[in-house]
Design a protein around this ligand. Structure first.
Ligand code: FAD
Ligand code: DHB
Length: 397
């Protein structure tokens, strides 16, 4: 039996778990991280790319933004496309200089993991948390399995940063929260391709064939997505078919889509999931463990890291001033931003995906919104400020 003791036991070495570990270290609060998967798996998992302003500010404050500053690509705007017509949303101008950066989630995770391990932080890969107990006492315990051996991580607090399929949410007492779910009737097929991006800024496009998104990772790697049916398989999508759909859906006067070899294809279902309590006793949840937003608008990882900011504030207040006030307000402090992001992600999803026949009432409402965007600076500002992420101060009571 392995026995480990620490102050904060963290389950999950995704963005939320690793930001938390590094941030606590800055405040001399001990933490130990356990992660189900191998380091190679976590660092190779292709997911988010859009890093909003608050996340950049947090990584800068932690001194962990050097590589992102060097290799990430700052974007000062986005193109919203509807029936082959583009509307440009200039972020800086509409939000007082706030921007987003394109930098892969796995690169952020790599930077955070390297920093943690270099500073001597304890992180156990290929270790599965199996049970969280005694979180209604002052000494909760995480039971785990590593290399066929059982272990117990004893701590003051458990931070469940273990994603949608983790054990954190399943451990919360059922009666302590309500849950909310939407399953959208479409999914995203995402690709990475060795080809220079055909655009200087991201393009979100509604087309009668369905949604498409042109994103990127570097000057030589593009990241693109197409709306597909929920029962689709990547096997039905040859490279030619993908490029042909992308070319049609992203079309606009004067725009040509460069094609290149595709080296990664995967399908992601689209859902919204929400619970309205992120804490029970000394068990606190952050990130995908507590909420899923559909990816349109790129909010998931950013929200996960925003939850961690509130969690760190609460732990610092507890350890430095013996105050439980911020632990008590953790759920509500985090929920205000989470609901805002749920709404924005749902709005962006419904605006740009094909939901009903071209020309239907739903289509007309989508088009009316985009026509309004063209004439209203107020509406463009609403999109810009949500897209780059509202400052933390906006959510103070
Ligand atoms: P995760 O990254 O899921 O990490 C949880 C970790 O916990 C995992 O490593 C897992 O292995 C581990 N774990 C689970 N169970 C256990 C256990 N029992 N014991 C030990 N460890 C466990 N977000 C954005 O902000 N911007 C974007 O542009 C964006 N684009 C996206 C595009 C796609 C296609 C997808 C699928 C998602 C996108 N997201 C985006 C969402 C983003 O990737 C997630 O919200 C983010 O990964 C959440 O981070 P997390 O740390 O909460 O959870
Ligand atoms: C990316 C993903 C998103 O969901 C999004 O809205 C923008 C960009 C990306 O992977 O680059």
């Amino acid at each position: 039996m392995i026995n480990i003791k620490t102050q904060v036991g963290i389950i999950g070495a995704g963005p939320s778990g690793m930001v938390l570990a590094n941030w606590l270290k800055k405040h001399d609060i001990d933490a130990v991280v356990i992660e189900l998967r191998s380091r190679e798996y976590v660092e190779g998992r292709v997911r988010a790319g859009l890093v909003e302003q608050n996340t950049k500010d947090i990584l800068k404050e932690l001194g962990l933004d050097a590589r992102m500053k060097k290799e990430g690509i700052v974007h000062d705007g986005v193109y919203l496309s509807f029936d082959e017509e583009r509307v440009h949303i200039p972020f800086g101008e509409l939000t007082g200089g706030r921007t987003i950066t394109i930098y892969g989630q796995q690169e952020i995770t790599k930077d955070l993991t390297d920093a943690w391990l270099q500073e001597g932080g304890e992180l156990h890969f290929e270790t599965m948390a199996t049970k969280i107990v005694d979180f209604d006492t002052k000494r909760p315990k995480i039971h785990f399995e590593k290399d066929d051996e059982e272990g117990i991580l004893e701590c003051d607090f458990v931070a469940a940063c273990d994603g949608f399929h983790g054990i954190g949410r399943k451990t919360l007492p059922k009666k302590s929260f309500h849950s909310y779910d939407i399953t959208y009737p479409f999914s995203w097929l995402g690709i990475l391709a060795n080809v220079a991006p055909s655009t200087d800024e991201l393009i979100y496009a509604y087309h009668e064939n369905g949604f498409a998104l042109h994103s990127l990772r570097s000057e030589t790697v593009s990241r693109l997505y197409v709306q597909v049916d929920n029962d689709e398989s990547v096997d039905n999508w040859s490279d030619d078919r993908i490029w042909s759909e992308l070319s049609q859906r992203l079309a606009a006067p004067g725009f040509d889509l460069e094609k290149g070899p595709i080296f990664e294809k995967s399908i992601t279902p689209m859902r919204s999931h929400m619970i309205d309590s992120l804490r029970s006793g000394r068990l606190l949840l952050a990130g995908d463990a507590a909420h899923i937003v559909p990816p349109t608008g790129g909010k998931g990882m950013n929200l996960a890291i925003a939850d961690v900011k509130h969690m760190v504030d609460a732990f610092v207040a507890y350890y430095k001033t013996n105050s439980e006030k911020l632990l008590d307000t953790y759920t509500n402090d985090a929920l205000r931003r989470i609901w805002r992001a749920q709404d924005f992600s749902n709005f962006m999803t419904k605006l740009f995906h094909k939901q009903d026949a071209h020309g239907s009432f739903t289509y007309r409402l989508q088009k009316a919104k985009v026509d309004y965007l063209k004439v209203s600076k107020a509406y463009r500002t609403t999109i810009a400020e949500n897209y780059v992420g509202l400052p933390f101060e906006s959510f103070k009571n």
